[in-house]
Design a protein around this ligand. Structure first.
Ligand SMILES: Cc1cc2nc3c(=O)[nH]c(=O)nc-3n(C[C@H](O)[C@H](O)[C@H](O)COP(=O)(O)O)c2cc1C
Length: 321
């Protein structure tokens, strides 16, 4: 018998829609455990083999917070509402993140975030210089973002990118989640990352060597990323008060809301996590943005075109416990 039969059939479409949530490296580390009452689900995070170059589990908790928010925003689209209670207990490699109760809502109230959450997407194309509207700026500030001109972070992003390519753990993570097939249910392909055949060859060389030892190669690879970053009209630093799991989970919810509102107002979003991931550059981002704890960095702007391919997702059945 399929383990889908443990899920309340009325919830299948909603839970499937929630799987469109973003995750670092498109790793989709979430696991969902349906309980016998048919309305409650445990949301777990599988720590095993996830992202070795995420030692503080920052990306992991952000991803799980984004997932919870994605689920909550999708609920009214299917005639439901959710009640999400953070838990955070750990048992070996398994982290029980939150308890989610789904209940029917005959009169769901839907706003722009509910309408746009299914269309949220990462856009890694070039952005125009069209400035952000005041409405978008205010929304992003409301969700704990500090906005900053990308040029102010140029050196730091270059340093972070070069350090990343020199770092065997970073390259190992990429190699683990890199997929040659466009049909793979998780991970990312060159097409998805919008990188040229030449850049793909270089990446494969890095996978083979374990890292880019030569500064020239590090710089070569980083320059395109940095020029894309600085060409955007704005960068946003998502902030939090500390790095506790529950704080990062809340920040993940803000990350998702920021992303959806950016897309809803006609703009695009592209994360640049490296500058926060690198221990040497994260404090520099904090200093330039004048924030205590930066937890995510992204560029925001009007993209010149839509993404050519869309990321895939695992099936609901495969993420059920
Ligand atoms: C916490 C987090 C960190 C991410 N960091 C990066 C990043 O540094 N660079 C990047 O290109 N995409 C990054 N992404 C985007 C994911 O790769 C993307 O969400 C995933 O591939 C699914 O694609 P989609 O967002 O288009 O649905 C990040 C996403 C999350 C949630």
């Amino acid at each position: 018998m399929s383990n889908l039969s443990n899920v309340n059939p009325k919830h299948i479409d909603l839970l499937t829609a929630a799987l469109r949530s973003p995750s670092a490296h498109n790793a989709q580390p979430w696991k969902i455990k349906p309980l016998a009452d048919q309305v409650t689900y445990e949301l777990h995070y599988d720590h095993n083999d996830y992202l070795p170059e995420d030692p503080d589990d920052r990306d992991a908790y952000l991803t799980m917070g984004a997932f919870a928010e994605n689920l909550e925003l999708e609920a009214p689209n299917y005639g439901f509402k959710t009640d999400i209670t953070p838990v955070f207990t750990r048992n070996g490699e398994d982290m029980y993140i939150a308890k989610v109760t789904i209940s029917e809502d005959p009169n769901p109230v839907k706003g722009i975030l509910n309408e746009w959450v299914p269309r949220r997407v990462t856009n890694r194309n070039h952005y125009t210089k069209q400035p952000l509207t005041q409405e978008l700026i205010e929304k992003l500030q409301e969700y704990n973002n500090v906005l900053i001109e990308p040029i102010k972070l140029k050196k730091i992003v270059m340093e972070a990118s070069m350090l990343s390519w020199a770092n065997p753990r970073f390259v190992h993570d990429l190699a683990v989640w890199y997929r040659s097939s466009l049909d793979a249910p998780d991970g990312f392909s060159s097409k998805l990352m919008n990188i040229s055949p030449l850049a793909t060859l270089l990446i494969k060389f890095a996978f083979w060597r374990g890292h880019f030892k030569s500064k020239l190669l590090q710089r070569l690879y980083s320059t395109r990323d940095v020029s894309m970053f600085t060409a955007a009209p704005m960068a946003a630093v998502l902030t939090a008060k500390d790095m506790k799991p529950e704080t990062l989970f809340e920040a993940g919810r803000n990350l998702l809301r920021s992303w959806v509102v950016i897309n809803a107002l006609g703009y695009s979003y592209h994360p640049f996590s490296i500058a926060i991931d690198e221990k040497l550059t994260a404090p520099k981002v904090a200093a330039v943005a004048n924030v205590a704890v930066p937890v995510a960095l992204y560029r925001v702007g009007v993209a010149k075109k839509a993404p050519e391919v869309h990321s895939n997702r695992k099936t609901l059945e495969s993420v059920l416990i």
